[in-house]
Unconditional design. Structure first.
Length: 45
């Protein structure tokens, strides 16, 4: 665990950046949601 880092804020910024990237590429919310679910599963592993 990193000290002095708000991990929730980091995660939220990553998610926001990912969402913007998907939208700009025209992949849509469904593709983003699937990618996010995959990322969450990889963190749980």
């Amino acid at each position: 665990m990193l000290t002095g880092v708000d991990e929730t804020a980091v995660a939220e910024s990553c998610i926001t950046a990912g969402a913007i990237d998907y939208i700009q590429k025209g992949l849509g919310a469904d593709a983003f949601r699937k990618g996010l679910e995959k990322a969450i599963r990889s963190l749980d592993a």
